[in-house]
Ligand binder design. Sequence first.
Ligand SMILES: NC(=O)c1ccc[n+]([C@@H]2O[C@H](COP(=O)([O-])OP(=O)(O)OC[C@H]3O[C@@H](n4cnc5c(N)ncnc54)[C@H](O)[C@@H]3O)[C@@H](O)[C@H]2O)c1
Length: 377
Amino acid sequence: MTKELGVGIIGCGNISTTYFKLAPLFRGIRIAACADINPAAAEARGAEFDVTAQSIDALLANPEVDIVVNLTIPEAHFPVSKAILEAGKHVYSEKPLVLSLEQGEELRKIATGKGLTVGCAPDTFLGGAHQLARAYIDAGKIGQVTSGTCHVMSPGMEMWHPNPDFFFLPGGGPVLDLGPYYIANLINLIGPVKRVAALSSMASTTRTITSEPRNGEVIPVKTPTNIHALLEFRNGATITLSASWDVWAHRHANMELYGTEGSLFVPDPNFFGGTVEASGRNKDIQPLEMWEHPFAVNNWDHPLGPIANYRTAGLADMADAILKGRDARCSLERTLHGVDVMVSILKSGEEGSFVTLSTTCTQPAALGIEEARALLR
Ligand SMILES: NC(=O)c1ccc[n+]([C@@H]2O[C@H](COP(=O)([O-])OP(=O)(O)OC[C@H]3O[C@@H](n4cnc5c(N)ncnc54)[C@H](O)[C@@H]3O)[C@@H](O)[C@H]2O)c1
């Protein structure tokens, strides 16, 4: 039998159900316990998924827990991840890993000192669609990527999330909340970023919640909700990222990459699947034939129809990496570079000048069909 690592979950809110539901698909991990600052939340999830609910201290001392998944809100990510490392456990966090480079460096120092691993979502770039796009670029089909555009724009989050406050506070905002999916996928597809510039603004200093149960409640906005950024990559590509919660409707695609031999149209990096399209120099845009990648298979009901959802693939890949002594694809190095990109975009928006990044990273190893299958039970 393959060795399994015990997983504890801290933060039993909205996204935790996805982890509880999907973790059992993967080899090498087994959810052993859950906890929350609000014990009732942990008890409710524990009862729902037949997992032991504990206090946070008890979970951190639980010998059956090797990796702790941090699913708390962004401002709690750093202190909770730090406490996890200090308790001698590996960390896998939801995005954003931290809210500053200093926090990330502190986690790196503790983890290195204790021989522990830190990893972080998003893992959607491991999806069948994004890995198909990666294979297409790696095969030279669009030549050298020289430029591109990314758009993630909507009216906001207060119409669906039951507690949307954190989206509009420092640590939230569309760049830190949705940017990670785009930046992680760009790192997957073309590598690290060299420098950034941005303009930022907010359409309103308050938002009115229209989701239940707090329908009608007015909450403050304390971070930009409209950001247009320029990213210069180390490979020379120049790519725009428009991230906004001040847009009711638009006609831009999620991600388009332009190369010396053609163009690639990448589906929404927030999801694992979708149609990848491409054209050569003949400008004839055609869908690529979807390969038999396990992380492209629809397995999840979404309000807009069935989708491929393999969240926790990054956690399973990290557990496999720990067991085999290899590099995890959703590694601290890559995630911290992503944080550097995002906080530098916000800094440029405040200061009005280019910001050169102080971190870099390698491209993650591609995740082909066989490697993805090997992560599944
Ligand atoms: N909701 C989504 O669809 C979604 C998708 C992808 C990623 N995420 C990310 O996951 C994280 C959690 O999002 P969510 O939507 O589940 O939020 P949520 O507010 O629904 O849940 C967060 C939970 O963390 C608990 N918590 C807060 N501070 C804590 C602390 N210091 N110690 C222990 N528990 C604490 C809260 O009590 C709550 O139960 C965020 O970083 C978010 O960006 C959410």
